[in-house]
Design a protein around this ligand. Structure first.
Ligand SMILES: [Zn+2]
Ligand SMILES: [Zn+2]
Length: 356
């Protein structure tokens, strides 16, 4: 059963890798990269006031191929199967602290791979680091089973450029009015969008990353990282407990159930954090600071602040806004592995506050 699950994951991820390699082969244009403020050492805040959301329906980019839809469906549902397996096994064998430790440890490490690596480093260039650290962050982020890094970056840069406009890939708005429109919008922003094809010309958003052979290879090794993300907790679980059961429960808790939680927490930044929460800053979209996902997503839920200061390494700007991803970046800086951290000046952040 577990072997078949792993095989399905391998097939799924080979599909993703093929897709990203294919997309990288197309022509690249640097228009947006040049026009962004990502090279500034001080973050330039978005200065547009909130715009009236268009009532137009969201742009549909075309469905994924059948193979793509099946692969996405497997990626979404297999971790759910892991949860069912975990419940059944725990029922029979009882609870083990080793499994909880692997679950929490892998959750923190792979979430940091997404937040510190994919998001703050590769999408927004909010700090600089050495190439081996970059590769390490690609490995950890890939273990979260959210697609290859370069593909992830392209979609997220698109999201920022078109945030909550009809062209946005995963806005919860533009799916109709009333409760039905809200539910449809939530579903679309959470996971429904992943069943649609990429926006056209998205390759030009990742030219800076695609031109590095090392980053391209590390990103393309996505299936390998995903397998390691299952094998590592399995080996640790087996070694620490000294049992075969510990090996399987280690893989299920530190692998599949952990992927399930990281998935839904990350997706909630796209769905929940564009619907519910505070808007302390002016940003030209519906992004919100949401305390629940500020904590669970290790700082990424301070999403209105992030949209107002996209290149900031720090998302929680207030003293009480926990931002564990920023702490991790500060820790890297402390040991000399990160530098040129970008954060908005106090003046810039006060200027962008909605009420003054
Ligand atoms: Zn957003
Ligand atoms: Zn972002």
């Amino acid at each position: 059963m577990a072997f078949r699950t792993a095989s399905a994951l391998v097939l799924l991820d080979i599909f993703y890798a093929a897709e990203i390699l294919h997309s990288e082969a197309r022509s690249l244009r640097p228009d947006w990269i040049r026009s962004s403020a990502m090279n500034e050492t001080i973050v330039l805040p978005v200065t547009d006031p909130i715009v009236e959301l268009s009532s137009r329906k969201g742009v549909v980019y075309g469905r994924l191929s059948l193979g793509g839809r099946i692969a996405t469906l497997l990626g979404v549902t297999i971790p759910l199967g892991g949860l069912a397996a975990a419940v059944i096994i725990e029922w029979g064998h009882g609870f083990h602290w080793v499994d909880l430790g692997l679950f929490i440890g892998m959750y923190i490490l792979t979430t940091l791979g997404i937040t510190v690596g994919f998001h703050r480093l590769f999408v927004h260039r909010s700090f600089e680091t050495y190439l081996p650290v970059k590769v390490g962050l690609i490995a950890l982020g890939s273990m979260a089973l959210q697609g290859a890094m370069i593909h992830w970056v392209g979609l997220h840069r698109w999201h920022h450029q078109h945030s909550d406009n009809p062209e946005d890939v995963h806005s919860p708005h533009h799916q109709g009015r009333g409760l039905i429109g809200l539910l449809r919008g939530f579903w679309h922003a959470h996971i429904g969008w992943a069943f649609y094809a990429d926006p056209p010309g998205i390759d030009r958003y990742v030219q800076d990353l695609a031109k590095s052979p090392t980053l391209r290879v590390a990103s393309g090794l996505f299936p390998v990282w995903v397998i390691l993300g299952l094998v590592i907790p399995a080996v640790l679980g087996g070694a620490i407990s000294g049992t075969w059961t510990g090996l399987w429960t280690g893989m299920i808790w530190g692998g599949l159930v952990r992927v399930l939680l990281v998935h839904h927490v990350t997706w909630s930044v796209n769905s929940v954090c564009h619907l519910w929460g505070q808007q302390p800053y002016r940003s030209a979209d519906e992004s919100r600071d949401n305390i629940v996902f500020g904590i669970l997503a290790m700082g990424e839920g301070w999403h209105n602040t992030h949209h107002a200061f996209p290149t900031s390494a720090r998302h929680g700007l207030r003293w009480w806004q926990l931002d564990m991803s920023y702490w991790a970046i500060r820790l890297l800086a402390l040991v000399g592995l990160a530098w040129n951290l970008k954060v908005p000046t106090k003046l810039a952040s006060e200027k962008e506050r909605r009420t003054s």
